[in-house]
Structures are given as C-alpha cells and as structure tokens.
Write a protein that binds this ligand. Structure first.
Ligand SMILES: [Zn+2]
Length: 554
C-alpha cells in the first residue's frame, strides 16, 4: 500500500498542473489513464472517461470514474488537481515537482525553524501540490482499486462516483461544470448521494486536533461604481468627486461588521476591498468622472440579494453624506469669498443595481438597448477569452460602457457582482437533510478518535473551496444574481438547478500537511500512509450502507 501510494503520488506530482494553464488537461489524462487499467472499467467503458468543460479558455476537462454497486447508496469523491505556481521555490524551483529529489535540495537551503525541525524528523514529503491536494486524490484512487474488484464480483454494497476537477485555486470552473456531470449520473442511475468526500488536506491545531469541516464559507464580489460631475479643479464646487462617495462606501464596508454572519460560535470576517481607483485614463486637471472598486464579501447565511440590499443602503447613506458634506463645505467657503461659484449645492442620490438600470434603459430605449447589450456582452466575452481582461476588470468595463450608453448627466452609484461566486454551504442546513453535518462529524470523529486523533467540528471552512458547490442550502433568487452579474453567461455561470439537485453533505478527508501554497508545502507520511486511507475507507464503507438513522436522504 505504502509503495503504491508513494509511486502514484510521485508520478502525479510530476504532472505540472498549475492552475489556469493548459497543463491542467494533462492531469485529467493522468487520472483517466490510471482508471483505464482497471479490469472493471475495461468491462464498463461507459462508467469512466473525460468530460469537457464547455467554453473553457484552457480547454480543461474533468476525469471521472463510476463504480456501480448493489444499491443506490452513493459516495461521491471529488477533489481538485490544479496547484499554485512555483516562483517561491527560488533556486529549488526546477525540482518543485520532483518528489524524489526536492527534499535533498531543500535540506541545503535556509528553512524556517519549524520546517527545519520537520525536515530533520524525516517524517514529511516535500513538493508542490503534494499537500494541496494531490495526496488526498491519490489515497482515494488507490482505494478505488479494491472497490472496483468488489464491484466486479458484485459485492460492492453501494456506488462510488469519483471526479477530479481543475481550477479550484482560481474560479472553480471544474467543480461548476462537474455538478452537472454528477447530477446527470444521479438521474441516469437513480443514485442517492449520501455524502461527498473532498480529500483536501485537513487542518490540525497546534495540539494535534484535526478540524473536520462540514461546510464552506460563501464568497460574493460586489463591484461599486460611482459617477461624479467633472469640473476644473479650480472650479471645484461646480463639480462633485466620485471619490468622496466610494471612499465612504469602502470605509462603511471594510471597517464594519455590517456583513458579518454568525453560526454556532463562528463568524465571517468583514469585507476586503481588492481594488479601488478612479477611472481616469490619464492625468489632467479635472475632477475624475468616475471611480470603481470591488471587494470580497464572505457569508454564511446572507444570500446575494440580501448582500445587494445591504450594500445599496450603505451606498445611499454614503452618497447622501458626501453631498451634505460638500454642501456644508460650500456654505463655509462662501463666507470666506465674494466670488461665489454657486449658492446652493444639491444633487439627487440615485443608487442602481446593474439589473435595475438595465430594465430602466430597456423600457426607455427598447431595441437600441438590446443591440447595445448584446454587442457589449460579446465584446467583453472576447476580451476575457483572449485573456486581455479578467472577470473583475471586464465587469468594470461593462458597467462603464453601460453608463456611457445611459448618458445620465448627474452623479449616481451603480452596483453589480463580478465572478466568482461561491455559495455558503453547511451540511447541517440542507433542506430535508437537516443536521447531516452533525451526523457526518459524529461518525468521522469516532473513526479518527480510534486512530488516536482528537477532533473538532468546523461548520464553515473559511478558506473558500469547491465544497461551496456541494449543494444549495439557502434557496434564493438566482435570476436576480445573474441579472446583476454583467459577465454572466457563456464566460461564467453556475448551474443552480444541478446544485439543488445534488445537495450532498460534504467534508474534507485528506491527509495532514503544512504550509499549502508555500515553498515549504509538506505532507505527514504517517497521515498519508496510515491514517488517511483508514479514515477514507471507513467513511466510504459507512456511507455506501445508506444514510444515517431518521433521515431519508433523497
Ligand atoms: Zn486545495
């Protein structure tokens, strides 16, 4: 077993599947070729293969393998095979994907004290992707060999659906397409999806307690655009700076708990702005016309429509405050000078969600709006596909072009969403499967306790993961989300119907490691060779037997 795991991991790590590159395809082929050697799949070629992600700029694919057993009780195994870049390895960079040789090289380098101690212990494996998360996938791929034999003999009590996904480290294109593949298998074979095991590395606290996550935090990316009134800076009061509004919105969101959700002693951190700037193309002596920025909002229960409503209220308040402040300022200024620029300072303070402004323009301009919108969408899609802009900048450009088309001559705020969107997911809150997270934890912790590990439950993993697409625990107005997401469609979409269809309790089941995404990324051998296989086998066996008492999982 140990040799089998090591050799497969060494070969898999050597496939340099860096996120958002065409090498991700090679990892799909690696997984497909591995399963192709199983007599089970030679007898059932329709049960495994490679699924193309529609309209993917890197032509990425999803390898899958389905073992059909004696009942509909199904365990889903899903994990990502993309890894982050290797620039941080410095002089060890040429060996970053070499499981055999990297360790000796790192030994000669200046390691941080904890990494040095682990290096000296000889208890760890070192390479990019070894922890996050090829080792977890490898453990389950090796276990699949035993289960495939059982399936061949007609002795497999339930079904196993295995799926590898690309792009987890970027936009989760793999998992967003994979839910459709899974929903299709579910329908075709009448599967009962009892659990989804995601062999991402498990977090461990300093005292060795293993954290079992039964859900994952949600992430939305609101984009704020403010239009002001241009004027020469010497005639300041003839104009209005959009920075006065967007600055206030940034402060009232980033430095406030207005968006903090709580659940059972866990809380989301306040939003973080990733970008905030005026939209001047070059410097001149004029008040900027527009400014825009975008932020990450993490959530547990808040849905995109609720987040939009909260943001609209904050935008309105910020807008009114800014106008009132400029009016006060003008009043004080006019006391100091006889050369009044204007006597009164007032503007209306309209705040639009993207979809609302589109509806209004469609009502006003009819076919002209439709033509604009279709052409604009095509333009932005082409730019994203060509890699000229990312989703966020493409969204900002779309919003700016919409305002140019609208030609509204007064200040306003326009709000939209940019990709990505990760749903908050909590196994405890799945409609009709309430408390599944608690039950999953109870079983998982009994197994780990038996292996000598202390455990603790976590309802929402805060690091953002593919687990967000294990289902939809809070039904919401998905049309309102897509209407407020300018680049929604061919370039970015989420199959909400498929999500509601799969709704599967989910947890992380990978081996224990340290420092993911760093050059000191490493994996604990004992966890890889002993604990993780035993843990995964126990979970698979348990959930192929059907659901927990008192719950009729659909
Ligand atoms: Zn990962």
């Amino acid at each position: 077993m140990q040799t089998k795991i090591y050799n497969l991991l060494r070969d898999f790590v050597a496939v340099e599947s860096i996120s958002c590159t065409r090498t991700e395809r090679e990892a799909s082929v690696f997984i497909r070729d591995y399963f192709a050697k199983f007599p089970y799949f030679q007898a059932h070629p329709e049960h495994f293969g490679i699924y193309d992600i529609p309209d993917d700029p890197y032509d990425r694919t999803i390898p899958y393998a389905f073992l059909k057993g004696r009942s509909a009780n199904t365990v889903v195994i899903m994990g990502h095979f993309d890894v982050v870049g290797i620039e941080d390895y410095g002089e060890a960079k040429p060996l970053a994907f070499d499981l055999d040789k990297l360790e000796a090289k790192l030994k000669t380098m200046d390691l941080p004290p904890e990494a040095r101690a682990d290096m000296d212990s000889g208890e760890w494996l070192w390479a990019r992707g070894v922890e996050d998360m090829k080792a977890g996938l490898v453990v389950d791929m090796v276990l699949m060999e035993d289960y495939a034999k059982m399936a061949e003999e007609g002795a497999l009590p339930g079904c196993i659906f295995f799926m590898g996904v690309p792009d987890e480290e970027s936009y989760s294109a793999g998992m967003r397409a994979g839910v459709k593949l899974l929903a299709d298998f579910k329908k075709k074979y009448g599967l009962k999806l009892n659990v989804m095991l995601d062999p991402e590395p498990c977090a461990v606290t300093e005292d060795g307690t293993q954290i079992i996550s039964v859900g994952s935090v949600g992430k939305t990316m609101p984009v704020v655009m403010v239009q002001g009134v241009q004027a020469h800076v010497g005639h300041k009061f003839a104009g209005f700076s959009p920075l006065s509004v967007i600055g206030r919105i940034q402060q009232k969101t980033e430095e406030s708990l207005a968006f903090t959700d709580t659940y059972q002693g866990e809380a989301t951190v306040p939003p973080t702005w990733a970008n905030l700037r005026d939209l001047k193309k070059k410097y001149d002596v004029t008040i900027p016309h527009r400014a825009a920025g975008y932020m990450t909002v993490l959530s547990f229960q808040s849905t995109p429509d609720q987040i939009m409503e909260r943001l609209k209220a904050i935008a309105k308040e910020s807008f009114e405050e800014a106008i009132a402040s400029w009016a006060d300022m003008l009043g004080e200024y006019n006391k100091k000078t006889a050369m009044h620029m204007r006597e009164e300072y007032s503007y209306e303070t309209p705040v639009f969600a993207f979809g609302e402004l589109c509806d209004r323009l469609k009502a006003e301009k009819g076919a002209a709006f439709d033509a604009f919108f279709a052409a604009e969408k095509e333009k932005i899609e082409a730019k994203i596909l060509a890699g000229e802009v990312n989703y966020q900048d493409g969204t900002v450009e779309f919003m700016e072009d919409l305002l140019n088309f609208a030609d509204i001559k007064q200040p306003l705020v326009l709000l939209a969403f940019a990709p990505p969107y990760y749903l908050a997911f909590n196994s405890n809150l799945i409609p009709g499967k309430e408390n599944s997270g608690e039950e999953l934890y109870a079983f998982a912790s009994s197994v780990l306790n038996g292996l000598g590990r202390k455990t603790a439950i976590e309802y929402y993993m805060q690091g953002i993961s593919d687990m967000s697409y294990a289902g939809m625990d809070h039904p919401f107005d998905t049309d309102a989300y897509s209407a407020n997401t300018p680049v929604w469609g061919r370039m970015y979409s989420i199959d909400f119907e498929a999500l509601a269809e799969i709704d599967t309790p989910c947890t992380f089941t990978g081996p224990i490691g340290k420092n993911p995404h760093q050059w000191t990324e490493r994996l604990l051998k004992k966890s890889l060779y002993e604990e993780c296989p035993a843990f995964n086998r126990a979970l698979i066996d348990r959930f192929m037997q059907g659901s927990q008492e008192g719950h009729d999982h659909k």
